[in-house]
Design a protein around this ligand. Structure first.
Ligand code: GAP
Length: 423
């Protein structure tokens, strides 16, 4: 875990937020490679959800919404609250289900637990009174339910169909922890599948399988993923059934995504509270939800891909530990790097710059001229860069370059005008 945290910072994936001010309670910033990787994860999800044969369209609802939404959804009541305990001695606060009977910080005993609501509160407008209270959304899907009719009518959809959304969500977690696993600000990718109640079980199985296959396809080993049928007494207030998809994180098996049968909880409650008719052909459609965190996904893909190879790879290995980020090519933050063999030959540098200009408009591309070629390869392997393109003396005569593959380390000569389809 510690290695992943320091690697993520050193190589520009994840920085602690507000670091020069001492940080800010479990908030993180995503660096240049982090944003590229997250974009790739989101694109992979979006493409798999909205571009396939399933009948799914996307929306992007606002984070601030009418507070009545959170009354209707049940998030302002006890259902969306954690047990909070406070140490009588050091007054540190903990989530009741995360601790035993003694304070882990000082050994003191706890107060009786009380309910703590997780909604993040703010005020909208210049007056901070009860009438201006609003909430940062705690799950993105509520923006989907309240747009159910808009989407259905504007897109002339018929049940069954789905609505997908990617966006930030906020929860005032009592004990955010484990790097980007549990934070107060995070990003969700959620899809709500509206179907008739009689088809709900069938679609639940369909979506669970499809979601598991998404991870396998992107390189998660089957032995690191499992499902957990949430027992009835642990179900969230809205759920009729829930299966967690769990990943074997460095700190143990934990939920990465939930597949939920939300029944007609959301549409019927929004109809009741808003007075709108949200029925479809006389009934409330059931909702099968797939709910997934970008941050947990990113963590899992990094953990899965991070490899330390003792003594290095290949014959030019430097006998030290080499790091290789063996990440799926679709998720790799940098696809290709252009390396002039030497940096003091203006002709080679000029040619390398031309190759860089050609590639960078097509894919995320780095230009790197410092250090030996071997060292540059090591640096690129570390960030999972898929191909390295070396411009050498021969390139000046034959308009070809050497392309090296990250995983096999095999090299091939490729004509510059064929490069885009060969990296
Ligand atoms: N709409 C249903 C819903 O939000 P959830 O199980 O509370 O269900 C779904 O959350 C997913 O959102 C989780 O599986 C996780 O990936 C992500 N998530 C939830 N809380 C999080 C937090 N505090 N930090 C990071 N990700 C979180």
């Amino acid at each position: 875990m510690q290695k992943l945290v320091s690697f993520s910072k050193r190589r520009g994936f994840i920085f602690p937020s507000s670091e020069i001010y001492g940080g800010f309670g479990s908030c993180y910033d995503f660096g240049p490679l982090g944003v590229e990787m997250r974009k790739n994860i989101k694109d992979a999800w979006w493409n798999s959800m909205t571009r396939g044969k399933d009948n799914i369209v996307g929306i992007d609802a606002s984070i601030l919404m009418n507070p009545k939404i959170w009354e209707a959804s049940g998030h302002l009541s006890a259902g969306f609250a954690d047990e909070l305990v406070e140490c009588k001695k050091c007054h540190h606060r903990f989530r009741g289900d995360f601790v035993k009977d003694k304070c882990p910080d000082c050994g003191g005993s706890f107060t009786k637990s009380k309910k703590f609501n997780l909604m993040m509160k703010t005020f909208v407008g210049p007056v901070e009174d009860d009438a201006s209270v609003a909430y940062l959304r705690a799950e993105t899907c509520q923006g989907i339910y309240v747009n159910f009719k808009n989407v259905m009518q504007s897109m002339r959809k018929k049940v069954p169909f789905g609505i997908a959304q990617i966006g930030k969500a906020f929860r005032n977690e009592i004990n955010p922890k484990d790097f980007i696993f549990r934070t107060r600000e995070f990003e969700q990718m959620e899809m709500q599948w509206f179907c008739s109640p009689k088809d709900a079980d069938k679609f639940f199985e369909y979506w669970l399988k499809k979601r598991l296959n998404w991870y396998y396809d992107l390189g998660i080993n089957k032995k690191n993923l499992r499902t957990y049928e949430v027992p009835k007494k642990e179900l969230a207030h809205y759920a009729k059934r829930a299966v967690d998809i769990e990943y074997k994180f460095p700190f143990g098996w934990k939920e990465i995504e939930g597949v939920h049968n939300r029944g007609d909880w959301d549409l019927s409650n929004h109809a009741k509270h808003s007075g709108e008719d949200l029925k479809y052909e006389g009934y409330y459609p059931y909702v099968i939800e797939t709910s997934h965190g970008v941050d947990r996904s990113m963590f899992a893909f990094l953990a899965e891909a991070y490899q330390e190879i003792k003594g290095g790879r290949g014959k030019d290995a430097n006998k030290e530990i080499e790091i290789v980020l063996n990440i799926d090519k679709r998720l790799a933050p940098v696809k290709v790097a252009v390396l002039p063999l030497v940096k003091n030959n203006p002709k080679i540098v000029k040619k390398a710059r031309q190759v860089y200009d050609l590639l960078k408009t097509n894919m995320v591309c780095l230009y790197d001229e410092s250090g030996s070629i071997g060292r540059r390869y090591r640096r690129l392997d570390e960030i999972g860069c898929v191909s390295a393109v070396t411009v050498d003396f021969d390139s000046l005569g034959d308009d070809s370059v050497t392309v090296r593959d990250r995983d096999t380390m095999k090299q091939k000569r490729v004509k510059i005008d064929k490069l885009i389809s060969n990296v």
